[in-house]
Design a binder for this molecule. Structure first.
Ligand code: PEP
Ligand code: MN
Length: 339
């Protein structure tokens, strides 16, 4: 439920209300809106007598939250959440479309530093790159592990780009957190509830990729785990779902953008790379995503895609990326966004 405070309620009244709600066994999240404060009370409400809260000083009304996800829902917060990639860096979810780019896997130091410089120059604000890779086969390249994270940190030093990398397991959260600006939870881990809680308990923003067979509701419930654990900085990422279709690696579900916007305040970015699996589809699907209202894109860029150690068929070159950025800028302007 949401406890809406009166516009002239005091800090003391708020603290008292929070204490009462917590004594009922619910957890509280305070949301300071532009003209009033609301307290979202979430948890098992079967034992809670909400009438006890109605007469608490400073309380205006109690409103139930109807959707299964609570903190991720627009019922709790109307204004869009803007997630900063770095403490003083670019926000995802505002007027400006943000682009994160980089290789599928970090392969060596020069590869990463060169790509970082190229994507920065083309207008990206984030650098992606896998150091620990979730590969379908145990014989495929698994990533450079901590060495890759060191290269990412060096690339950030040189370019100022926010670095985004995947955390595969709870055991790695602290390690990844030491190097990355944004922790990526991959599609295969979208319902790894222990991992969701663990990334919710650390301070860096989380890029949560949609599971390949997850419904929108399951996707938002996964985000809810992270927020409920204490981290409100969740960026959703549509990366395609598995369907019967075979001409593409996944079916990129762009209609989820307006659907999410209708029910949630969380920003959503689109990954056309894993969403299609084909380099030639990256440009049209990126443009379509921006036209449909995506808050950003995450795109794989490699200096020599054919020889990439992972995902060779779907990465674009730095020069293709530059051209793409110039087209995205025009589409963004056409839909009243910036880039
Ligand atoms: C990735 O972005 O490196 C990745 C493995 O993507 P996904 O989890 O969407 O498959
Ligand atoms: Mn990849």
């Amino acid at each position: 439920m949401i406890v809406v405070m009166t516009s002239n309620s005091t800090e003391q009244q708020l603290n008292h209300l929070v204490k009462m709600v917590e004594e009922m066994g619910l957890s509280t999240h305070i949301i300071y809106g532009t003209n009033r404060t609301v307290v979202a009370a979430v948890g098992d409400k079967r034992m809670v007598d909400k009438s006890a809260l109605e007469n608490v000083p400073g309380v205006e009304k109690i409103v139930p939250i109807l959707s299964p996800y609570k903190m991720a829902s627009k019922e709790v917060k109307q204004e869009k959440t803007v997630v900063k990639l770095q403490p003083h860096g670019s926000g995802v979810g505002g007027d400006t479309v943000r682009v994160i780019a980089g290789p599928c896997s970090i392969e060596d130091r020069n590869q990463l530093l060169d790509i970082a410089a190229a994507v920065k120059e083309a207008g990206a604000v984030g650098l992606r790159g896998g150091a620990f890779k979730p590969r379908s086969s145990p014989y495929s390249f698994q990533g450079l592990a901590e060495k890759g994270l060191e290269y990412l940190a060096e690339a950030r030093e040189q370019t100022g780009l926010a670095v985004v990398t995947e955390v595969l397991t709870v055991n790695h959260v602290e390690l990844i957190c030491r190097y990355a600006d944004v922790l990526q939870v991959g599609a295969r881990n979208m319902q790894n509830f222990m991992l969701l809680r663990a990334v919710g308990e650390q301070p860096k923003p989380v890029l949560l990729k949609r599971g390949m067979s997850a419904t929108m509701e399951e996707f938002l419930l996964a985000a809810e785990y992270i927020i409920d654990a204490g981290n409100p900085n969740v960026i959703l990422c549509e990366r395609g779902i598995r369907t019967f279709e075979e001409y593409c690696r996944n079916t990129l579900n762009l209609s989820i953008i307006p659907a999410i916007e209708r029910v949630s305040h969380l920003p959503i970015v689109v990954d056309p790379t894993h969403g299609t699996g084909h380099a030639y589809m990256i440009e049209p699907m990126s443009l379509a995503a921006v036209a449909a209202g995506a808050d950003g894109l995450i795109i794989e860029v490699h200096p020599d895609p054919e020889h990439a150690l992972s995902d060779p068929g779907q990465q674009i070159t730095p020069s293709q990326f530059r051209q793409l950025m110039s087209k995205i800028t025009r589409v963004a302007h056409a839909v009243d966004r910036k880039l």
